[in-house]
Design a protein around this ligand. Structure first.
Ligand code: MG
Length: 329
């Protein structure tokens, strides 16, 4: 576990002052950010990648893969594949044979000049009940100790528990709050990452849907994402907004950031595959709003149809998009 001094230091890095310093640095950067990022000779853009985007292509040769990512201009990684039983990191792909300890992973990433700032993980316990609270506590306590070794700032759950009504959501939020309390003791912020199902509406327990709804009236019920935002403690739980999955859930990610400016601390920057290729995502406006609300970081994520290309090709093209985007600091 991290001691109190490191905890305070970590927390102060998460303040808006930290962000202001970063934008000051960015404004002093060379006017050609793509060259700056490629050479590393000037203040670099802060560019994060969720390593799930590369899966086995990265894990099969971690040292070389990590070097390639640094050359593309990435500075931060959000990893995945925490193994609850062994405390190692790998891939959920059954064919995967690479598993690394926190210590070895950190060393490899340090050697490449990168930083693991975040990690995605989900407890294997699926029943979010009071009776299971101690199982969730055990999961998050062990995971926090291991992630403190990695030096992460954020631990993020990307999977939605089963929720049939508002009461279920409130019960889940109690467990999220407890998880956040546990990670916070190590100076790590706990977060929740959405897909599109969080933008489904649920009713109160026992409430019935309208039998003959007026097709123009807003549907009954509350979005699960909104129930999570309203029933978690802002001191313990933050949110990582996956902007692509929000759009897939028929939402405007900018509106969510606007409505909850203090709760969304991280973003997943994602498109149908390569960033900027689909025409579905308004990244200039998304980044503008993200900086406005003081977002702490973002991670690029790719999944989906590669059309015969490698995952590295997709990530490389996406990195190029961000390096050349004048709206990315
Ligand atoms: Mg995502």
């Amino acid at each position: 576990m991290t001691n109190r001094r490191t905890f305070i230091k970590n927390l102060s890095m998460l303040t808006l002052g930290g962000i202001a310093n970063q934008s000051l640095m960015a404004s002093n950067a060379l006017p050609t950010p793509s060259i700056a990022a490629a050479t590393g000779s000037a203040a670099k853009k802060k560019m994060g990648l969720q390593t799930y985007s590369l899966g086995q292509e990265l894990l099969q040769d971690l040292p070389n893969g990590l070097n390639r990512l640094a050359q593309m201009g990435f500075t931060d990684l959000e990893i995945f594949g925490y193994q609850e039983n062994t405390g190692q990191f790998g891939d959920y792909n059954p064919k995967n044979t690479t598993f690394v300890s926190a210590k070895d992973y950190k060393k490899m990433v340090d050697d490449a000049g990168l930083k693991i700032s975040s990690s995605h993980l989900t407890p294997s316990v699926r029943e979010y009940t009071k009776a299971n609270m101690s199982k969730f506590e055990d999961f998050w306590k062990k995971a926090t100790d291991i992630h403190a070794e990695l030096g992460v700032s954020y631990m993020v759950q990307p999977s939605l528990p089963h929720i049939a009504n508002e009461d279920d959501a409130k019960q889940v939020c109690e467990i999220f709050n407890r998880a956040g309390e546990i990670t916070r003791q190590a100076g790590i912020l706990w977060g929740y990452h959405n897909h599109n199902n969080e933008f489904k509406r649920v009713l109160k327990a026992g409430e019935k849907p309208n039998e003959n709804p007026n097709p123009w009236a807003p549907p009954k019920g509350t979005y699960i994402e909104e129930l999570f935002l309203k029933n978690t403690d802002p001191d313990k739980v933050m949110f990582e907004l996956d902007v692509y999955w929000a759009v897939m859930g028929q939402q405007d990610p900018i509106e969510w950031m606007e409505n909850y400016p203090d709760r969304f601390k991280l973003l997943h920057i994602k498109d149908r595959w390569i960033l900027g290729d689909s025409g579905m995502m308004n990244f200039p406006n998304i980044f503008k709003k993200a900086y406005e609300i003081g977002i702490l970081g973002y991670y690029v994520e790719l999944e989906g149809d590669k059309k015969g290309r490698t995952q590295f090709e997709g990530v490389e093209k996406s990195a190029e998009y961000l390096r050349n985007a004048d709206f990315v600091k």
